[in-house]
Design a protein around this ligand. Structure first.
Ligand code: SAM
Length: 356
């Protein structure tokens, strides 16, 4: 006689089960606990739920409106709204009224990545976004031989050794950091306090979402850093291949950026791979422009920090409602690059790309 044993693994209820359920009992459970459950759902899960009953339709609509009003999930100094002029006015969830991604205001290591983050809460509920443990707060200090300034409360460019020594033009800068005696309010920590200007995320023809100025920005002003997951080069290459595959099958926007810091000799000495596709900040919405756009980038290293930050500055005076763009790079190794819609007179026709 033959016996067959099968271990019965209990099936756990997932967010997908909940959001695809149209059982009336689960609907009323969801309505009663909406402020605890709905903020954890993705855009697609909310869209599924909104079809199950009128109450859930109304509740998902409220969550959607809150999400549209601030992409940063309150992590930043100002709310950063989405504007999608391409959709009809009844906020049809299937028409992408916002872009779904997890938010980090700063660089983060992959092993600290949250799987979910609540977004959009209602009434008296106090679910706040889960703070992600960023590279700035954690690993840096323990790896670096910390030599900072001892200016005390106020640092100025006369005596502080952390001020840029005139090397700003080559795209590398310095700031005070955890190794210094000054505090978070020090004027030489511009890039460490989140997004510094009002911006909005707007749906653009052909390019997906883009980032626009929501105020006048003066030439030279700091805007934000490029935040996301820090990857090893091997992992960056693996993901790039995967993203290329997805892009070739249809519209997919990846936000994997490779930055190389060069020695004066011209040889690359540091390669930073920052992926903001799954988790990032507003910089992930900056589109490419073949004429160089209106933003410049600079790597800023603060004393005591293991990794520099890639920071964006205004290359010229920028008007309110102007799109913020920069050049994704000069290397054009692939002939099958994606079409570019930057619309500038010097447009090359395809987006810059290289084999990572
Ligand atoms: C870092 S994301 C920028 C935000 C993106 N538009 C979105 O909707 O999430 C980079 C992607 O945006 C799109 N993109 C950026 N600049 C573009 C341009 N000038 N023309 C066409 N597509 C562009 C490409 O799909 C590219 O892979």
């Amino acid at each position: 006689m033959k016996t067959e044993t099968q271990m019965k693994i209990p099936k756990t209820t997932t967010m997908d089960d909940i959001s695809s359920s149209n059982n009336p009992n689960s609907s009323s459970f969801l309505v009663q606990n909406s402020d605890l459950i709905l903020p954890w759902l993705t855009h697609q899960q909310l869209a599924n739920l909104s079809l199950t009953c009128k109450s859930l339709h109304n509740l998902t609509k409220i969550i959607t409106l809150i999400r549209i009003s601030d992409a940063s999930r309150t992590f930043e100094n100002f709310p950063i709204p989405f504007h999608n002029n391409c959709i009809n006015n009844n906020h049809n969830l299937n028409n992408h009224p916002y872009s779904y991604f997890l938010y980090t205001p700063s660089l983060i290591l992959s092993n600290n990545l949250p799987r979910y983050q609540p977004w959009g809460w209602m009434g008296s509920s106090v679910i706040s976004p889960i703070a992600v443990k960023t590279v700035d707060e954690s690993e840096s200090v323990s790896f670096v031989d910390v030599v900072g300034c001892e200016c005390g409360e106020v640092c100025d460019d006369d005596g502080c050794l952390c001020f840029d020594g005139g090397d700003g033009d080559v795209g590398i800068g310095r700031e005070c950091g955890v190794g210094c005696s000054c505090g978070r309010e020090c004027g030489n920590r511009v890039s460490q306090n989140g997004v510094r200007v009002r911006v909005k995320i707007v749906r653009c023809d052909g390019k997906g979402w883009g980032l626009f100025a929501d105020q006048v920005i003066a030439k030279g002003e700091f805007l934000f850093q490029y935040a996301g997951e820090l990857l090893t080069t091997k992992e960056a290459q693996r993901r790039q291949q995967y993203y290329d595959e997805l892009s070739s099958r249809g519209r997919f926007s990846s936000a994997l950026l490779v930055v190389r810091e060069h020695l004066p000799s011209g040889k690359a000495c540091l390669r930073l791979n920052i992926d903001a596709t799954k988790i990032g900040n507003v910089a992930r919405f900056v589109n490419h422009s073949c004429d160089g756009g209106n933003l410049s980038t600079k790597l800023i290293r603060s004393s005591g920090a293991l990794f520099p930050r890639l920071c964006f500055f205004a290359l010229k005076d920028i008007q309110k409602d102007e799109e913020l763009t920069f050049s994704y790079g000069e290397i054009r190794k692939r002939s099958n690059g994606l079409p570019c819609y930057c619309n500038c007179p010097s447009c090359f026709g395809t987006l810059p790309s290289e084999d990572t």
